[in-house]
Design a protein around this ligand. Structure first.
Ligand SMILES: C=C1C[C@]23C[C@H]1CC[C@H]2[C@@]12CCC[C@@](C)(C(=O)O1)[C@H]2[C@@H]3C(=O)O
Ligand SMILES: O=C(O)CCC(=O)C(=O)O
Ligand SMILES: [Fe+2]
Length: 357
């Protein structure tokens, strides 16, 4: 939790309090070519999807997918549950507040404590069943909302398994032969995940506010649904912050730190952030996908050899989440093997409200 106190209901403020005002670097720091580049869009029914995904993962660490097979009505339903949740009175939402050392529940982003300024957003993290927290929010009608989340997570799990096969396939790794923890059907059925609902209210001074500060995800991969309001940006080295526009029915897929480790740094975990809007609120739903708790993730043997030493030590998801909670943007360096890594992004350069020390 930040040492500065959040406004109890910042969604109703007419002016941006100083505690929410970030000192953004002017965009002129970056060449204007930032507008000319855009995140790849990949059709999952395209026979060349593996190559396209491999290229996007290596060069961007992020892409959008279309024709992914997730039924549209599921997005409407999960959006409606999220709206119902965030429009509850503050006191009601606080009944499901995340405990100080917990992961699930209502509150600020987990990384908030690393910043001297507050973020213009609310979040709700779901790990496992949402039942207990949803009952606190909606004592009389939580069951429907639980069902929506359950169905959404099932669909996301299937898609995440497919994406794992495509991403690894592009590196010459097959789930059947090369990844034991992919399970007997090689469908990654034992994998686990968290669902993060993010709500960014309309903001009186969007140019000085920050929705969600620049970070990488502590996942294998993340599947992000965003409503029709833009805000997501990804950092392209040497170019700058690139907007990832909402495309109806498309999903944004990004590489997380664990996939960066598994790929022995072939795939970068992309730095991203969410900006806010003066007139429209924004909603996003992140499916944060990782291995089951007993699995140690390490650079895959097929990507290691005499000229390619393993760049990271083995870690479980829980160990990595603990490291991230302690060291935030330094977490990857903490699991680095004793080999210097070239071309690492220093997140400090891009987060100027980061607390020092
Ligand atoms: C499974 C995860 C992944 C977490 C921690 C835990 C639950 C909540 C996730 C997020 C969601 C919002 C951004 C982030 C950076 C945050 O603050 O909380 C994420 C973090 C991570 O990717 O490190
Ligand atoms: O809201 C967004 O677009 C980004 C959300 C995000 O990065 C996250 O939940 O990890
Ligand atoms: Fe993220």
């Amino acid at each position: 939790m930040p040492s500065i106190r959040p406004h109890p209901d910042f969604t109703s403020l007419r002016e941006l309090p100083d505690s929410y005002a970030w000192n953004h670097q002017p965009d002129s720091d970056y060449p204007s070519s930032a507008d000319a580049e855009s995140v790849p869009i990949i059709d999952l029914t395209d026979p060349n999807a593996v190559q396209a995904i491999g290229h996007a993962c290596k060069t961007w660490g992020v892409f959008q997918v279309i024709n992914h097979g997730v039924p549209t009505h599921l997005f409407d339903m999960v959006e409606s549950t999220s709206r119902d949740l965030f429009s509850l009175p503050v006191n009601q939402k606080l009944k499901a507040a995340r405990s100080p050392d917990g992961i699930s529940g209502y509150g600020f982003a987990r990384i908030s404590s690393f910043f001297s300024k507050l973020m213009w957003s609310e979040g709700f993290t779901i790990v496992g069943s949402p039942q207990e927290h949803f009952r606190q929010l909606w004592p009389h009608n939580y069951i429907n909302h639980c069902d929506v989340i359950k169905e959404y997570k099932q669909e996301m799990k299937k898609l995440a398994g497919r994406l794992m096969c495509l991403m690894l396939g592009s590196l010459g790794i097959t789930a059947e032969q090369d990844i034991k923890w992919a399970g007997p059907k090689a469908d990654f059925n034992e994998a686990s995940a968290a669902l993060q609902l993010n709500y960014y209210p309309a903001c009186p001074d969007p140019d000085r506010a920050m929705g969600l500060a620049a970070h990488t995800d502590s996942t294998l991969l993340t599947i992000l649904y965003q409503n029709n309001t833009s805000g997501l940006q990804v950092l392209r080295e040497g170019v700058g912050w690139i907007k990832v526009p909402p495309i109806p029915d498309a999903l944004v897929i990004n590489i997380g730190d664990l996939m960066h480790i598994l790929s022995n740094a072939s795939f970068p975990s992309v730095l991203h952030r969410a900006m806010v809007n003066r007139t429209c609120h924004r909603l996003s739903i992140a499916y944060l996908y990782g291995p089951s708790s007993s699995v140690k993730i390490s650079p895959h043997p097929k990507l290691v050899g005499p000229s390619q030493p393993p760049l990271y030590r083995p870690v479980t998801w829980n160990e990595y989440l603990d490291t991230k909670a302690k060291h935030f943007n330094k977490a990857l360096s903490w699991v680095r093997a004793c080999v210097p890594l070239k071309g690492m992004v220093d997140v400090n350069e891009h987060n100027n409200s980061l607390k020092v020390g």
